[in-house]
Design a protein around this ligand. Structure first.
Ligand SMILES: C[S@@+](CC[C@H](N)C(=O)[O-])C[C@H]1O[C@@H](n2cnc3c(N)ncnc32)[C@H](O)[C@@H]1O
Length: 349
């Protein structure tokens, strides 16, 4: 029997097409700008194009999504932005507070440990207060080996203090690209912690990958007959389990790429979480919207997203990404500028 989940092919996620058959060189692609969080001049250029200011919220008239400019650590602002909703699922991707390859910035953050702990406690208090009594929480985190694996232990300990939320799993996403030196194992992982309050839905169909099951063996007697594992299994592909090796990191050639948003999560990973934890019509909260991946995933899967960012530029990008998706069917811009009016102003430097 094959489990009929809604498995999606690589092509559907906009992975780069194979090289032209005639061997003709591919047209070089170039992103219009680098990281928005690190470029003050670029930020000054883009801010006038943003519809929302701090504390403001956009209610989507088409599917009921909500996007706001809101500080996740401010309980009053968070409550106002999420008024009247009781999400079944929260997907949080806060700044990791680590320097990747000796870089840092607003999207990964870089603050003193004590400040980061206070930041974590504040956003957890503000956000968890909104959640439905029975709900799932997924949190993306890093762990800096040069800093005693910060912030992972601090986060785990913050959750221990919130006893109604219980750990359910620890997923590792295997990146294709890593960082490190020849003198150590390359660092290719991102952590995804899964907590639950009560016993929320878990749809195992969401777990099946496109990877065929090839290993045979594991014989077992069933009703007096010796059976082999593939006869007993529910699907002909393997389950993702808690080490995800089948998710392509977003890079500039993919259609889902959003220029300027280097911390963007792959749509495939976010859709997997949403399909496992919610049914159609469910509400998903994402307090760190950035490129709006959760918003697009909800739109594609018929869920409602409530999402915000404390930076008006990222809130604007999330809204534009939704509008762009509705107009073109594309989940991102690849290397095109999400702010075409910036180009018209002749300032695409
Ligand atoms: C790691 S990124 C999230 C990436 C997102 N999951 C995606 O796929 O695009 C973290 C985001 O959190 C935002 N952020 C940082 N501090 C915040 C705060 N106090 N309130 C809301 N957003 C914040 C940053 O501006 C950044 O855009």
């Amino acid at each position: 029997m094959t489990v009929s989940g809604t498995r999606r092919s690589s092509a559907e996620y906009g992975h780069p097409p194979p090289s032209p058959a005639d061997g003709a060189p591919r047209k070089p692609l170039r992103e219009p700008f680098g990281r928005i969080d690190q470029d003050d001049a670029l930020r000054a250029r883009l801010l006038p194009f943003c519809r929302l200011r701090m504390g403001e919220v956009w209610d989507d008239p088409v599917a009921g999504h909500r996007v706001g400019v809101c500080d996740a650590t401010d309980p009053a602002q968070v409550a106002t932005t999420a008024r009247g909703v009781s999400p079944n699922l929260c997907i949080a991707d806060p700044p990791y507070n680590l320097s990747l390859g000796h870089r840092s910035g607003a999207a990964t953050g870089m603050m003193m440990r004590a400040d980061y702990e206070a930041f974590t406690a504040s956003w957890l208090d503000a956000v968890l207060a909104l959640m439905a009594p029975v709900a799932s929480l997924y949190v993306w985190l890093g762990a800096d080996v040069r800093d005693d694996f910060h912030p992972l232990p601090e986060f785990v300990s913050a959750m221990r203090a919130r006893a109604d939320w219980r750990p359910r799993n620890w997923i590792t996403l295997r990146n294709q690209r890593g960082y490190g030196t020849q003198a150590n194992w390359m660092w290719i992982r991102q952590e995804l912690l899964y907590y639950a309050r009560g016993k929320p839905r878990f749809d195992v169909a969401a777990e099946y990958t496109d990877i065929p099951k090839v290993l045979r063996g594991y014989y077992k007697q069933v009703s007096g007959r010796r059976t082999e594992n593939s006869e007993r299994s529910k699907a002909d592909t393997i389950r993702a389990g808690n080490v995800w090796v089948d998710v392509q990191q977003v890079f500039y050639r993919m259609h889902e790429n959003v220029p300027g948003c280097y911390a963007q999560k792959p749509l495939k990973a976010i859709e997997r979480i949403i399909r496992s934890a919610t049914s159609e019509g469910g509400t998903v909260l994402d307090p760190f919207a950035h490129s709006g991946t959760t918003l697009i995933a909800c739109e594609r899967l018929g869920r409602r997203a409530v999402t915000f960012n404390n930076d008006p530029i990222f809130a604007e990008i999330a809204m534009r990404r939704l509008e762009h998706y509705r107009a073109t069917g594309r989940a991102g811009w690849q290397c095109a500028n999400p702010f075409p009016e910036d180009l018209l102003a002749g300032s695409d430097r």
